[in-house]
Design a protein around this ligand. Structure first.
Ligand SMILES: C[S@@+](CC[C@H](N)C(=O)[O-])C[C@H]1O[C@@H](n2cnc3c(N)ncnc32)[C@H](O)[C@@H]1O
Length: 289
């Protein structure tokens, strides 16, 4: 296994100053992972590669540590995505993982994909440049600079062979998209899977319309001058709009982010007859498990 703790050349020459707007939001999740051991030790999240990234960037996670609910939510969410990816890797040791809006996440270091798997991280050019500067390369893991929602522009640059099972994950991404852009993106992925005879699994986190309408008040997102745009009333709305997808599982994040968040999320469920205020969901084509 690659030594992820080896010293990394100072990526801090430019540091995080090249990031603004939505790309800057990757610092929120990076901060959550960096302070997980001290702020949320019960979650038992460990990632030496993330610590190396934080050091290389000279990044101070205390910029966001006051937002305890989000810090906890990012780690709860990250562990859910880790579980989904680990399950895919186990069942599909020759599969393809496409990680959309991967930011500076070091999930491949945490999960050590088997040699038959290809893993492609996709993010905007300034993010990919930073990732390549501060995360040591791993075999079969590549990064692509692209607008991930423009599937036609990148799909032929990734090793998506006919029939190859594909997992696309997008953690902390969907809510920043325009609603029509988000649906068109998922639709394009489902159409590619049909055209290539591949099983496709999608894992996303979805904000409710209420959460989107309040994003200007979000204690961390507001520090990056970003806003949420795409709210989904319930995860089942996605397969209703894209019938080749099935909803395979959901996971309520908001109810695991401390008491105030739990109470708001529970009240929201009661008032809306069961809708989550913020959750993760896994979808698949009919042949995905
Ligand atoms: C909140 S951060 C999450 C980063 C990472 N997934 C994590 O959990 O640490 C959102 C990321 O999505 C990326 N992103 C948003 N929209 C995107 C798009 N259309 N194409 C590629 N990347 C995008 C941003 O640049 C940023 O890195």
């Amino acid at each position: 296994m690659t030594d992820t703790t080896a010293p990394i050349e100072q990526a801090g020459q430019t540091g995080t100053s090249t990031l603004s707007g939505v790309p800057e939001t990757l610092l929120i999740t990076l901060a959550a992972r960096l302070i997980a051991a001290r702020q949320n030790p019960d979650l038992r999240f460990a990632d030496p590669a993330t610590e190396a990234v934080g050091k290389a960037l000279g990044f101070d996670p205390d910029r966001f540590s006051h937002d305890r609910a989000s810090m906890r939510g990012c780690v709860v969410r990250g562990k859910w995505f880790d579980r989904i990816v680990a399950r895919f890797l186990q069942g599909n040791p020759q599969g393809l993982v496409v990680s959309v809006g991967s930011g500076l996440d070091t999930r491949p270091n945490r999960l050590a994909p088997p040699p038959g798997v290809d893993w492609v991280d996709i993010d905007f050019p300034e993010v990919v440049a930073l990732l390549e500067a501060c995360v040591p390369p791993l075999p079969n893991v590549t990064a692509l600079a692209a607008d991930a929602t423009d599937v036609a522009a990148w799909v032929d640059k990734v090793p998506w062979r006919e029939g190859r099972p594909v997992l696309m994950i997008a953690e902390g991404v969907a809510m920043y998209l325009q609603p029509s852009q988000g649906m068109a993106w998922l639709n394009a992925m489902a159409a590619q899977a049909t055209a290539r005879g591949s099983s496709l699994t999608l894992a996303l986190d979805l904000a409710s319309p209420l959460m989107v309408s309040q994003s200007h008040r979000h204690p961390s997102v507001s520090k990056t001058a970003s806003l949420f745009h795409w709210g989904v009333r319930r995860p089942g709305d996605i397969p209703t709009a894209i019938p080749t997808l099935r909803l395979l599982e959901t996971h309520d994040i908001a109810r695991q982010c401390g008491l105030p968040s739990f109470l708001v999320a529970s009240a929201y469920r009661l008032l809306t007859l069961g809708r989550p205020i913020y959750s993760c969901a896994r979808f698949g084509t009919s042949d995905a498990d």
